[in-house]
Design a protein around this ligand. Structure first.
Ligand code: SAH
Ligand code: SF4
Ligand code: F3S
Length: 490
């Protein structure tokens, strides 16, 4: 397994394949006498979301238009393997695509993403889903047009999983960004940590960092295009290693120095690598979000050790204390796994104690899911399902209370909110996030309603990406309600 840097020279063959596909789809579109469409289904984390933005960019370049209809001309599933339920969802949705394909044999069905690095999943597709046209892994994302061209030429199911880890400069791949205000910017790919429960190092391969200079160029370009928020992405951004010894704080500083960005966010940090310097930067730059996501996983040193998380809970709490001291208005979120093999009631109590002590503002809590091929899958002391669900419910109750208290502490204050769009419940309510990543739903007073030329009220979507001041009036378990006080002009 090697890390291979894809050059612009290599990408010529991909570009040629993309042009060939464009001609292919153009001819098909003429035959059918309608424009051709694609639908990309994305599962999993923000890295997959980012990959999907590139897949959409490549499909746009081939002359297709996006649709949310299932029976599109190209149906693509970008999969996630992190827990069993993510995998089950794929097979359900894949089954549903059979009907449309039966009615229209020209439809192309494609499956890619992390699940495709697990041989059992690929075998299942080969056996049970013969109507899938193309299967490939996340490492070969940049080659998608080439793989699709080969599929169309061969008229057979093509399964192409690589042994190597590629890094293709993002500027060589077209991107269709999913959000008007937030740009996802991967700074590194892969993971070397091999936490014993986790599939990611197998699915995403070895850590490889993008060139610092290329990241800075992309950030500047995003600012020029009007993006307000950037999210620096990686499985462990703190182990970023660019050219000339550039480290994560250098990337973070470069982003924060771009004043056009009102929010600079980053995901994820690993407790073993997060430096105090990063926390100090959060305190000193007003446009770096004052929200830290730091996965604790367990409160028990014994469990952490068996998870191959090389820190003790005391080390984790030291970071929590530094963060709370230096960023007093900040918020802290975490990931916790319940029911890891060998977790005793005492270990679990230590997790509850750690959660109380850290006072997480929010947490993603997961029931341990055995992932074939990982080290922990072979541990003999797997925990009974009913014990796991009981512990999970107790943790959730505690964390829900903490999240509610965190939201309650906002009531009465006025803070800046970056508007993300309409709330899902009502069109005259907007939704957005504070600098500390608290979710806010808020009303717009009449005098702040953006009217159209004819005097009608603009669709609330027009506010997307704007900053405004919101006064918080009411706390809910997972969000805060408020009322807009003013629009911030920048
Ligand atoms: N790289 C990130 C995590 C990415 S995966 C980090 O280390 O912070 C997101 C979360 O999924 C993990 O933090 C972990 O809590 C959870 N997770 C990963 N594998 C899991 C498994 N097999 N079962 C349950 N939860 C899991
Ligand atoms: Fe998985 Fe651990 Fe890597 Fe995060 S750091 S992606 S949990 S192996
Ligand atoms: Fe899932 Fe792959 Fe992300 S396994 S969580 S999509 S890196």
């Amino acid at each position: 397994m090697a890390i291979i840097k894809v050059t612009s020279e290599d990408m010529r063959a991909v570009d040629a394949a993309s042009s060939e596909m464009r001609d292919y789809f153009k001819a098909l579109s003429l035959k059918k006498n309608r424009p051709l469409t694609y639908n990309v289904h994305t599962y999993g984390c923000q890295l997959n979301e980012s990959d999907s933005e590139k897949l959409c960019g490549m499909l746009d370049s081939m002359g297709l238009t996006p649709t949310s209809e299932l029976s599109a001309d190209v149906i693509l599933f970008n999969t996630c393997s992190i827990r069993e339920n993510a995998e089950d969802r794929l097979f359900g949705n894949l089954g549903e695509a059979k009907g449309p394909k039966k009615d229209n044999r020209d439809i192309l069905i494609i499956v890619c993403g992390c699940m495709m690095k697990v041989p059992e999943n690929v075998d299942r597709i080969r056996k049970s889903f013969p109507y899938v046209d193309l299967v490939f892994d996340p490492q070969q994302l940049h080659s998608f047009p080439l793989l699709l061209r080969n599929t169309v030429r061969s008229k057979k199911q093509l399964v192409n999983i690589s042994d190597d880890d590629y890094i293709a400069e993002d500027s060589l791949v077209p991107i269709s960004r999913g959000r008007k205000f937030r740009a996802l910017v991967p700074i590194m790919y892969g993971c070397n940590n091999f936490c014993t429960y986790c599939i990611v190092p197998y699915a995403r391969g070895r850590e490889r960092s993008r060139d610092f200079g290329q990241i800075v160029d992309e950030l500047q370009g995003l600012a020029d295009q009007g993006y307000k928020e950037v999210m620096l992405l990686g499985q462990n951004v703190n182990s970023y290693a660019g050219e000339d010894g550039k480290k994560f704080p250098d990337v973070l500083r470069a982003a924060a120095e771009i004043k056009a960005f009102s929010r600079v966010r980053f995901m994820s940090s690993h407790p073993k690598d997060l430096s105090d310097e990063v926390i100090e930067m959060m305190a000193s730059y007003s446009n770096i979000e004052n929200h830290l996501h730091l996965a604790m996983q367990s409160g028990s040193d014994k469990v952490l050790d068996r998870m191959n998380r090389p820190y003790k809970i005391a080390d984790f709490m030291r970071i929590v204390d530094v963060f709370r001291n230096k960023v007093p208005e900040g918020s802290l979120s975490t990931d916790i796994i319940v029911g890891f093999p060998g977790e005793t009631e005492e270990d679990f109590q230590q997790t509850l104690d750690a959660v109380k002590r850290a006072r997480f503002d929010s947490a993603f809590t997961f029931q341990y899911s055995m992932r074939p091929g990982t080290v922990a899958a072979d541990f003999k002391d797997q925990i009974a399902h009913d014990v796991v669900t009981d512990r999970f419910a107790r943790l959730l109750e505690l964390q829900n209370d903490l999240a509610y208290k965190s939201n309650l502490a906002k009531v009465g204050k006025t803070e800046e909110v970056l508007i993300e769009g309409e709330s899902s419940t009502a069109s005259d309510i907007l939704t957005g996030r504070t600098r500390s990543n608290h979710l806010v739903n808020f009303k717009i007073p009449d005098e702040l309603k953006l009217k159209n030329a004819d005097g009608s009220f603009s669709c609330a979507d027009n506010y997307e990406g704007m900053l405004c001041k919101v006064r918080f009036t009411h706390a809910r378990p997972y969000s805060v309600d408020g009322i807009m006080e003013s629009i911030v002009n920048d």
